[in-house]
Write a protein that binds this ligand. Structure first.
Ligand SMILES: [Zn+2]
Length: 299
């Protein structure tokens, strides 16, 4: 989770006390039936990290609220750390060596620029420096990103230490607890980096593979890295899912498309959020931030 445990707990408690948390599937049902109203919040988690099980699960159960967890099949099957986990690990322990190595690589210009900026930002928290680089790498094509991250692992080795992702046993337990498990594709490669057939397979096969592992068809799909087109949304609908979530920032009103639902990234690491996290998250979730930003744009 990109949030401190205490922040998460207080935020969930406040939202639950206000009666604002609903299951995502229920929200989608209300949306499709034209009865979505009020400022409701559905809680979602991506990528299958172990703290979803060891930390979030306890809090959600104790407070008594629902949540959805989107997991990708192959990273869970093989317990593969994501490319940004490698980057974060090296940045945490060997930042000087990382930049020395990285700046000598044949990097595309935008990445080189981000590396140069991050290299000198030594007073920034690791999370923030990492975010800059992840953003630059996200903007590259799959081949360039893969080349860089393969080179990184070759130079510094794979992530060591504790297990990062949940196992299928743990995910099955979450399902038994009543939480929803959705698809986050097979490979977690952004669909926009794949040809149409391969992208379709990521959507269709992940549904079948989750059914094999969990005994239930997933109702929701989550686009890896939030990358999608209108064609991908149609593929998700045709594959039998009820909805798809994106990383487009914002809320969903009664007119929203269930196959490109917006979300809010509840990370603590940036700016004013890091100082007043609970208040800022509640402010955002109330819809007030959207009104404030719209007013500022209009003015
Ligand atoms: Zn993801």
């Amino acid at each position: 989770m990109a949030m401190e445990g205490t922040t998460f707990t207080r935020l969930v408690e406040r939202l639950a006390a206000a009666g604002r948390v609903i299951a995502l599937d229920e929200g989608v049902q209300q949306l499709k039936e034209g009865r979505l109203a009020g400022h409701k919040v559905a809680i979602t988690f991506d990528d299958g990290y172990i703290d979803n099980y060891t930390l979030a699960r306890d809090v959600l159960q104790r407070v008594g609220v629902h949540a959805s967890f989107f997991v990708p099949v192959t990273p869970i099957d093989k317990q593969l750390p994501y490319w940004w986990d490698h980057l974060f690990e090296v940045l945490k322990s060997e930042a000087v060596a990382l930049f020395k190595w990285a700046l000598q690589q044949p990097n595309p210009q935008p990445l080189q620029h981000a590396l140069e900026t991050a290299a000198v930002a030594t007073n920034e928290p690791v999370g923030e420096r990492c975010r800059r680089l992840v953003q630059a790498l996200n903007n590259l094509g799959q081949r360039e990103r893969h080349a860089f991250t393969e080179g990184l692992v070759g130079e510094f080795g794979s992530v060591r230490g504790d297990r990062l992702l949940m196992t299928w046993d743990e995910i099955r337990q979450m399902q038994k607890d009543g939480f929803a498990i959705g698809s986050h594709s097979v490979s977690h490669i952004p669909l926009t980096d794949l040809d149409f057939r391969t992208a379709k397979n990521e959507i269709v096969a992940s549904s079948r593979l989750l059914r094999e592992r969990l005994g239930q068809w997933p109702t929701g799909f989550c686009f890896p890295r939030g990358a999608f087109t209108a064609d991908h949304s149609s593929l998700v609908r045709e594959a039998g899912y009820d909805y798809a979530v994106t990383t487009c920032f914002g809320g969903n009103d009664a007119q929203a498309d269930p196959f490109s639902l917006k979300r809010r990234n509840m990370s603590d690491y940036q700016g004013v959020r890091s100082r007043f996290p609970v208040a800022m998250h509640l402010f955002e979730l109330s819809g007030c931030l959207d009104k404030f930003l719209a007013a500022r744009r209009a003015g």
